[in-house]
Write a protein that binds this ligand. Structure first.
Ligand code: 5AD
Ligand code: SF4
Length: 482
């Protein structure tokens, strides 16, 4: 690496741009010449692998990391036997952390075989001081540690690591900076996620997200629309607008704008045929949004509306700012406006102090609403949150018993919901080859349900009409009709 390093030492600091994204493009350029030297020395291109843990936000961040690495000249590989491995971590529940620790050790064994290998840790876990301490102490072979606020700096951090040849740790407590116009990969050629806001201000008492993702900040509508137009020009037909709490979009902008207004603008972009969004907080879901959804030709007939608990007492302890009745009234209003809507939700079982009566309130809401599906989570104590200090943590055995009861209830209601379209023909976006059956494809309905049907892989990314012959619980078997 001699020549490149010698050259880098002659670089003048005044040449390095101070504004973003110019600064990062500068480092990407410098690293391109490093990559050329590597290719000459090794006789091959260097590979990278980004492993994502957790939610859609992390998945989107990983695409940005991949975009930067591809620009430098890395090529993607689908295993951790790569020259650069990044773990983009999640800390929303304890088991997410445990999984990551288990695997960092494995990366160490790979690095012993390939000493030039680089390992980076980023994402939500890194925003917790005790995690970073543990990595510094017990996993000294990690090269770069960064957080959720500075992922745009990957090129600069990699540069620093190569030049200094020691662990680079860069964690920010928070930020109000939103860096636009950096490269981003997308996993699919027909659908993509678009961030509309970052962070969360709600401080639900169980949740660590506001601590690791910082305060709420919205992207400017013109930046969002420009990205959607660019994606549409590249052939993307479905977009997912992403935010921890999309219903409070725009409140912090210099010229405030509502989420419903933003949706109206996104709807105008030619080429986009489906619009989805995640996640909605029930307390902020406006009548204006329901009206925009009802009249839209592009917004999908699916709403993810996390309820967390059906007990008003527990909801208060969770700091969710709505009651059981508020939630049910909201659902009634949504269904009255859009009878076809598919509703999905998140539920936590075993929040501190939860009693059998509280739990039965949750079951009651599940039965009354008739969710199309529900993600259920066992409460996980996150240090630093308000709920972590609460007494009356529910015994594990009790939680497991309720959890199983709830799963069963959800299965019953969601199967009944899914069944309602059997025997009809609906529009499907073809997503991938179905590995389960020879010659089968998998597509998605507007309401988010999956359909498997025979067809040619050339149809991937296109819309076809599919007759939904048989409902198999959570998916359909069907066939294309011309
Ligand atoms: N324990 C269990 N589930 C949690 N969630 C968030 N924090 C916790 C926690 N401490 C769940 C919520 C949220 C989803 C993304 O994760 O249901 O909606
Ligand atoms: Fe966590 Fe509540 Fe914010 Fe969702 S709204 S990220 S559950 S604090």
């Amino acid at each position: 690496m001699g020549n490149w390093l010698e050259h880098v030492k002659t670089m003048k600091t005044e040449q390095i741009p101070v504004t973003e994204p110019e600064r990062q493009y500068y480092y990407m350029d410098v690293l391109k010449s490093w990559m050329e030297e590597q290719v000459r020395e090794k006789g091959r291109k260097l590979t990278y692998h980004v492993q994502t843990f957790g939610c859609q936000m992390n998945a989107k961040d990983s695409e940005k990391l991949a975009g930067i690495l591809e620009t430098i000249g890395y090529v993607e590989t689908d295993t951790e036997k790569a020259d650069f491995v990044i773990y983009n971590t999640c800390t929303v529940r304890e088991n997410a952390n445990t999984r990551v620790y288990g695997r960092i050790g494995y990366l160490g064994t790979l690095k012993r075989k390939n000493p030039d290998m680089k390992i980076a840790m980023c994402g939500c876990m890194m925003q917790e001081a005790h995690v970073v301490e543990k990595i510094k102490k017990s996993y000294r072979f990690v090269d770069i540690v960064f957080g959720t606020h500075n992922i745009f700096k990957l090129a600069e951090l990699l540069f620093e690591d190569i030049v200094k040849n020691k662990m680079v740790v860069d964690i920010w407590d928070g930020t109000d900076q939103i860096v636009e116009d950096l490269p981003s990969e997308h996993k699919y050629v027909f659908k993509a996620g678009v961030n509309i806001m970052y962070g969360c201000n709600n401080f639900c008492s169980y949740c660590i997200v506001p601590y690791v993702r910082g305060r709420e900040r919205s992207r400017k509508p013109e930046d969002i629309i420009a990205e959607v137009k660019k994606l549409a020009a590249e052939g993307i037909v479905e977009i997912m607008l992403l935010g921890q709490n999309v219903n409070s979009y725009g409140k912090t902008l210099a010229q405030p704008m509502t989420f419903a207004e933003l949706l109206r603008e996104v709807e105008k972009v030619d080429g986009i045929r489906r619009i989805r969004f995640m996640t909605s907080h029930p307390k902020d879901l406006s009548d204006e949004l329901i009206e925009v959804m009802r009249t839209s030709k592009k917004i999908c007939t699916h709403l993810h509306l996390p309820m967390q608990s059906g007990s008003t007492r527990i909801l208060k302890e969770m700091n969710r700012k709505y009651t059981k009745e508020d939630y049910l009234t909201l659902v009634d209003k949504i269904k009255a406006a859009m009878p076809e809507i598919s509703l999905t939700t998140d539920i936590i079982v075993g929040f501190p102090g939860e009693t059998k009566e509280d739990f039965m309130e949750t079951v009651d809401v599940v039965r009354k609403v008739g969710f199309d599906s529900a993600y259920t989570f066992i409460y996980s104590k996150r240090s630093g949150t308000v709920a972590a200090k609460m007494e009356n943590q529910v015994p594990e055995e009790q939680v497991k018993e309720w959890f199983d009861i709830l799963l069963n209830e959800i299965k019953v209601v969601s199967e009944a919901q899914a069944n309602r379209y059997e025997g009809t023909t609906m529009e499907v976006l073809v997503e991938e080859v179905n590995t389960q059956g020879e010659g089968m494809l998998t597509g998605r309905l507007s309401n988010n349900l999956l359909v498997h049907f025979p067809g040619d892989s050339a149809l991937i990314g296109t819309f076809v009409n599919v007759y939904l012959r048989e409902c198999k619980g959570f998916y359909y078997i069907g066939e294309i009709v011309q």
